[in-house]
Ligand binder design. Sequence first.
Ligand code: GLC
Length: 425
Amino acid sequence: MDAPLPLDDQARSILAANCRGTYTLPTSGLYPYQWNWDSAFSASGIARFDLDRAWTELETLFSAQWPNGMVPHIVFHQFDESYFPGPDAWGTGHQPPTSGITQPPAAATIARRLLRQDPKAGRHRLAGVFSKILAWHRWFDLYRCEHGAVAASHPWETGRDNAPDWDGPLEAVDVVGIEPFVRRDLQHVDPEMRPTKIDYDRYMALVQFGRDAGWDEDVIRARSPFRVADPTLTFILLRANLDLRVLAVELGRPTDEIDRWIARLRQGAEALWNPDLEAYDSYDLRGQRFAGTLSNASFLCWYAGVDNPGMVARLESLLGEVSYGVPSHPPGSRGFEPRRYWRGPVWAIMNMMIGTGLAGFGHHALASRIRCDTRRLIAGGGFSEYFDPLDGSPAGGGSFSWTAAVWLDWASPSTMEDDHGFAKT
Ligand code: GLC
């Protein structure tokens, strides 16, 4: 029998197998289209062996940008019936067809990472995407920065689809009268690892709401039953704006507008501090209350340039409760399920953001624990979608692009740097 390929080679093969010419699928079957933040993180791994192709990944994503600046969470380049909800369910009328919502804006941070690898070659590629990223961040500022923090109008926008954060707010979503549908995800993955039926009914009720509203952001802001300010979107956008500012200076563009966004988001991040939980939390803008849930997104503060001694202590104690960090929800908390998606499992991309952020602030012991845990998880369980924090077993889909990318760009022993050299801006 042939010896297995070294993990770096396996990771490259996964990214190559999931490549569809100018964009990369998260994984075939379960997610057969281009996903927004998956694509950005995939580009950071692709850059390790093909920098030109990595820039193309971002360019393809922005080719689907809406005229109002929004960059959709899914781009349906080529119809594939193995996924639901597809283009018809979203009914956005855009070409190429897309979903009607967005996802955490990681592109500016990744563009900076690509530029750093080869400033000379990257300059004209950056010039091509810069205004598009700027327009997307402006869209966030215009339509989504309520109380400074970034509001989601669908749990899928946060990238943490079924996190316990949404349990309370989703109760307000009426599922009476939703159109019948057949889930496709359960044909690919064990139902025990996926969102429940009532969650899915509510997701689809929100898709129907947006479609009936013509995807008009003013109507959605005023009337959507789900409106939650979220640490994932807030910290990632804050970080992306810090990086966008560096890129603006690089291109000799003005920074005043970006400076205003940064100041606003810094306040917004603090508005997510829940004094009862003593941590950053999601805030339900309709019900006017915190979710009361610690999540891996709570620990994205350092990535966004926000240090907080209280969060260091919280992370140390949370890591003491698991064999592999960082769990998406703490064991022992209400709603914890070690293998169900965002209700407990560890996600490699979240670990990379938390780890590089910590390293940037000099919290090296914690950064290194998280990086080593990620390395052990992938070495033991392969390039899975997520992992059980208690026993490290792989869960969800396999052959995942962003898990492979995190390996190549951060977790592999062949990568030397643990903060990407720009964690603190
Ligand atoms: C799931 C994840 C989301 C990701 C998508 C594609 O919906 O929750 O974060 O972007 O899968 O991998």
